[in-house]
Design a protein around this ligand. Structure first.
Ligand SMILES: Cc1cc2nc3c(=O)[nH]c(=O)nc-3n(C[C@H](O)[C@H](O)[C@H](O)COP(=O)(O)O)c2cc1C
Length: 190
């Protein structure tokens, strides 16, 4: 098992189609969710929650996505509809991270949203630490209120991401990262 810094400096997202089973066990899933919920949270508001899509439920949710897709695309081909039905079934496990930030709380909404982003990031890191790979996706259905309602997301909530988790079919290729000189300045340096 790589140490923490090795892990953090080599992590790569892996496309859902390249994530195979077996998915996390029940104990591993509990670990993933425990890590994801252990994030900085100003005011201890818990401004996020998780929805787990596993097994049959992945296809049941996909049917809801496909129904909305078909309503908007009456001429969709059978292949397109089949793809939408499998949106949340491409990887063995999908966890939706939901932001439930409240606008009028003492803590700025922005900070609550950032905490939800941290939860998603921690979830991705935890998956990699357990030997899985992950992909944080939103795609169109994350922004479609008809789909969200069907998935049990309230009107005042927002999707941070659908984190797809599984075992990578091949090692991920590296991609260029921003040079630190481009993104880091030292205050006071001329
Ligand atoms: C909020 C958020 C939403 C994202 N949604 C998508 C998406 O819908 N489709 C996609 O291909 N990548 C999406 N990504 C990007 C991938 O998660 C991933 O970061 C990207 O493929 C780069 O890979 P890396 O994590 O190895 O750098 C999203 C990332 C974030 C932070």
């Amino acid at each position: 098992m790589p140490d923490a810094i090795d892990l953090l400096t080599t992590r790569r997202s892996v496309k859902p189609m390249e994530l195979n089973g077996p998915g996390p066990t029940a104990a591993e899933l509990a670990t993933l969710l425990t890590v994801a919920s252990r994030v900085p949270d100003h005011g201890k508001l818990t401004p996020w929650r998780f929805i787990v899509f596993e097994g049959e439920a992945q296809l049941a949710a996909g049917n809801k996505i496909a129904a909305v897709f078909c309503a908007d695309h009456p001429g969709a081909t059978a292949d397109q509809v089949a793809f939408e039905k499998r949106r949340l079934a491409r990887a063995p496990l999908v966890i939706a991270v939901v932001s439930r930030a409240t606008p009028n709380a003492k803590i700025p909404e922005w900070e609550q949203v950032l905490s939800a982003g941290a939860a998603a990031t921690s979830l991705v890191f935890a998956a990699h630490a357990l030997g899985f790979a992950a992909s944080w996706l939103t795609e169109w259905y994350a922004y479609d209120r008809r789909v969200l309602e069907a998935l049990g997301v309230n009107p005042q909530e927002r999707i941070v991401g659908f984190v797809h988790i599984g075992r990578p079919v091949r090692p991920a290729e590296e991609r260029p990262r921003p040079p630190l000189d481009d993104i880091v300045t030292r205050y006071g340096a001329s």
